[in-house]
Design a protein around this ligand. Structure first.
Ligand code: FAD
Length: 430
């Protein structure tokens, strides 16, 4: 990897997501050598991926070059690398561009889509965890309408204009809200020769309410908002299969669709080594102590989505969300400095700042510690918070200007098929 040896201890961080970047910031200009590795050369702001999928934002506005984050940091090295294995006995990681020894290792690899072992769904459905996946979804949505124009068979058309989202968490809810806005404001103008009133948007949720991590009030309000926008919500329904044409469930309902979006769960990104099979807890997460130290290892830490810090208050670990990742990253960055200065470490204390979701124009739900609200004000709060946490002044400005433009013009101009998804539509033809 061509990284010089120095007298400073080497800290290797795998992953430049919320947690990895937050640790790096804490180690700026300290007496350490930091090597940050990521398989992408950019940081992704995942909470706005659904806006890329629905043409509301260009992908560049929610991505930020990792090298730019580290600009001006002394003793910092970034390498574009996919980490394939951790050899704990040799204090070494193995990547696609070579091996590297570490004194301290931080695993901040985040999470990936969890299909719960259903290979058929994995192959045929669309995920929305990365920018390339969001661009695929954007292309597919638009290609479906182009394809729907080419047939006079109602049955085929309906399947192409049917959107099924599995998972009623914030991702599913926000995507459904955005699709409903497109149906109302954009499709009738773009496709005057299609009866876009027949477009259907379904959310399938295995539990008895959507946004189940939020308050019942927020769930109910989100449901009302979505139903007002024409979204159909199927609760207590579990998807069992999707062959690329028909979605089957454990009830007597099934759906014909060219688009199944799987937003029903995530699991930690596993890397070979680290006795993973013995170590991992629910959701493929790595158990850590209150200092984010991986159980059984003195110089390996895990943070963010991939880490599971089980305490009395958090028996299943912290929520797999941006705030725990950012806060754990900040605490670990400070703790690594303390460790090297032989000072006692500070245990991680999570400050829950609440959660929120938006359901299209003027509509959002916000649950904070002592206050819960919904509607237009919640929508402004949602926008402000997302702008605040985006990395980079340019990105904030671009997103802000886009939102104002889209709001005033009822538009989403990034509805472009730049990189076709090229789905095979043969199954829908009679
Ligand atoms: C669609 C969507 C919407 C979301 N909305 C919200 C929201 O509204 N609010 C909220 O709080 N949270 C939201 N989240 C969750 C939030 O984005 C995550 O909790 C957060 O990104 C976790 O941060 P992290 O640093 O642990 O991982 P990530 O941010 O995922 O970063 C992990 C990094 O590791 C890199 N990586 C992984 N494996 C390797 C490897 N083997 N080698 C090299 N690099 C590797 C990845 O490229 C990535 O850059 C959303 C997530 C998604 C997918």
């Amino acid at each position: 990897m061509n990284i010089p040896k120095t007298s400073f201890p080497r800290i290797v961080i795998i992953g430049g997501g919320f947690a990895g970047i937050s640790i790096a910031k804490g180690l700026k200009n300290k007496e350490v050598q930091v090597v940050l590795l990521d398989k992408h050369n950019y940081h992704t702001f995942q909470p706005l991926l659904y806006q890329v999928s629905t043409g509301g934002l260009e992908p560049d506005s929610i991505a930020y070059p990792i090298r730019k984050v580290l600009k001006g940091y002394s003793n910092f090295f970034f390498r574009l690398a996919n980490v394939e294995e951790i050899r704990t006995g040799e204090n070494t990681i193995v990547t696609n561009i070579g091996s590297l020894e570490y004194d301290y290792l931080v695993i901040a690899t985040g999470s990936e889509t969890n299909y719960y072992g259903n290979r058929e769904i994995e192959i045929n459905s669309m995920a929305m965890k990365t920018i390339p996946q969001s661009l695929n979804l954007r292309s597919l949505i638009l290609e479906n309408f182009e394809q729907a124009l080419l047939t006079d068979q109602y049955h085929e058309r309906d399947a192409l204009m049917n959107f099924v989202i599995v998972g009623g968490g914030p991702t599913g809810v926000e995507l459904a809200g955005a699709l409903a806005e497109i149906k109302k404001g954009i499709l009738p103008k773009d496709y005057p020769d299609l009866d876009t009133r027949r477009v259907q948007i379904h959310i399938i949720q295995s539990g008895d309410r959507i946004l189940k991590e939020m308050s019942e009030k927020a769930s109910q309000k989100a449901e009302d908002f979505l139903e007002g926008l024409g979204v159909q919500i199927w609760k207590n329904t579990r998807v069992t299969g999707y062959d690329g044409k028909t979605v089957t469930t454990d009830t007597d309902v099934d759906f014909e669709t060219a688009t199944l979006v799987w937003a029903a769960g995530v699991k930690g990104v596993e890397i070979k080594g680290l006795n993973a099979k013995d170590l991992l807890v629910g959701g493929s997460r790595i158990p850590v102590d209150e200092f984010n130290k991986v159980k059984g290892h003195n110089n390996i830490f895990a943070v963010g989505d991939v880490a599971c810090m089980q305490t009395e208050a958090t028996p299943k670990g912290h929520p797999m969300m941006a705030q725990p990742a950012l806060q754990q990253g900040r605490n670990l960055g400070e703790n690594l400095v303390r460790l090297l200065e032989n000072k006692p470490l500070e245990p991680f204390v999570y400050r829950d700042k609440g959660s929120m979701a938006t359901i299209g124009r003027n509509k959002a739900v916000v649950d904070m510690k002592n206050i819960r609200f919904q509607g237009v004000f919640a929508w402004f709060v949602w926008m402000f918070v997302h702008l605040f946490f985006l990395i980079g002044f340019r990105n904030r400005m671009v997103v802000f200007v886009n939102w104002v433009y889209n709001y005033v013009r009822f538009d989403r101009e990034a509805r472009l098929i730049i990189r076709p998804f090229n789905r095979n539509y043969n199954a829908f033809k009679d």
